[in-house]
Design a protein around this ligand. Sequence first.
Ligand SMILES: C[S@@+](CC[C@H](N)C(=O)[O-])C[C@H]1O[C@@H](n2cnc3c(N)ncnc32)[C@H](O)[C@@H]1O
Length: 238
Amino acid sequence: MACTDVQARTIEEFAEILLKCNHLYHPSSDSIALRNAVESRRQIEIFDYSSSADAFTRAFGMRNSLKCLQALTNLKAAVHGYKNVCDLGCGSGAFSLAFAYLADNPGLELHGLDVSAHQLSLARELMSAAELPGRFQFEQRNLPARIGYHPDLTISSYWFCENEHVISDPALFDLMVGRELLIVDYEKIIDRIATGLPDGFHILARYSAHVEIPAALTDFVAQERASVYSLHIGRTSD
Ligand SMILES: C[S@@+](CC[C@H](N)C(=O)[O-])C[C@H]1O[C@@H](n2cnc3c(N)ncnc32)[C@H](O)[C@@H]1O
């Protein structure tokens, strides 16, 4: 079977997991208003999650998760081998969910970090509804901060766009990255990270792609396809 067929089938199957969690994703009047406002402004947004975590998840949670899944498919079989994974700025769990689904690893220990208590409670609810293999812990942290260990893989979606100062500060960048880092973010942010990588890091892969939104999810995602920009980084000394 061609690689694109496998990706399409994986995304269709992942849609079933997302639908299992549909109570967190059903559009609300707030989420529709938020999506319309973001689309009309066409700029990188920094949200106030103390008041809009629920609307953010309903507006963008499924779409972000599908983008993360698309980026993760580039890891191919290696995705099953990461044991300690840290999701920086995990929010309501978009990347964590996609990772846990694709890794399908009962030995997985995934640790999500975020400053927003409301986002974290949605992430816990999501992972419990999804019933995926692995152990999941979500912790309130104001990042960047010392994590205390080097995860096998750090994952992060749309966190660097809200914390651009970390990109230009080698010490902070080093603090946040495990043995490898997989980022999904705006193209402009991926460009900035790729062109300004501090010493000690190198690019393992960079991808841009489109994800076709499965028909079963169009009521939730409100678009037919979405662009995905991702960057996979390794530590040179490893
Ligand atoms: C755009 S959301 C992305 C959430 C999720 N990763 C996704 O793709 O849907 C950014 C998240 O980063 C968190 N965040 C932003 N700045 C942070 C900081 N300095 N420390 C910890 N979390 C932060 C926010 O609370 C929010 O949940």
